[in-house]
Write a protein that binds this ligand. Structure first.
Ligand SMILES: [Zn+2]
Length: 123
């Protein structure tokens, strides 16, 4: 008798915060050498994506939280570029620097936490 093992991997990999963004995968910042360079960045930053309207980089987590309206604090103007998808820098090095600064920003950390809590509540 065959036994089917159902392991819930979803619980292990954490919240999937990018429900439908597969159409943006071929886009990459102009300052990147190619799409593979950008994809390499995305491997360790799953929230990093291109905004097809602005051709800028954005943060799917912060954009989602903004869209949901569950976190709205003043004084976060410096991170609004990642919400609007207007992040553009002169070269790949400074762009990645800006991206990693965003990753460590209070707003981003809070948004990641908020979405994690939200996905837990939905289960
Ligand atoms: Zn963010």
């Amino acid at each position: 008798m065959a036994t089917i093992k159902l392991t819930s991997y979803n619980c292990l990999v954490g919240a999937d915060v990018q429900p439908e963004s597969s159409s943006t995968t071929t886009l990459y910042p102009k300052v990147c050498r190619n799409v593979d360079q950008f994809k390499a960045w995305q491997r360790s930053r799953h929230w990093l994506e291109m905004n097809p309207n602005t051709n800028g980089v954005q943060c799917s987590v912060c954009a989602e939280v903004k869209r949901l309206g569950i976190h709205n604090e003043p004084g976060q103007h410096n991170e609004s570029e990642f919400v609007e998808g207007t992040v553009k820098m002169k070269d790949a090095k400074t762009l990645l620097k800006k991206i990693d600064k965003h990753r460590n920003s209070a707003m981003h950390v809070k948004c990641v936490t908020l979405l994690e809590i939200r996905s837990l509540l939905k289960q």
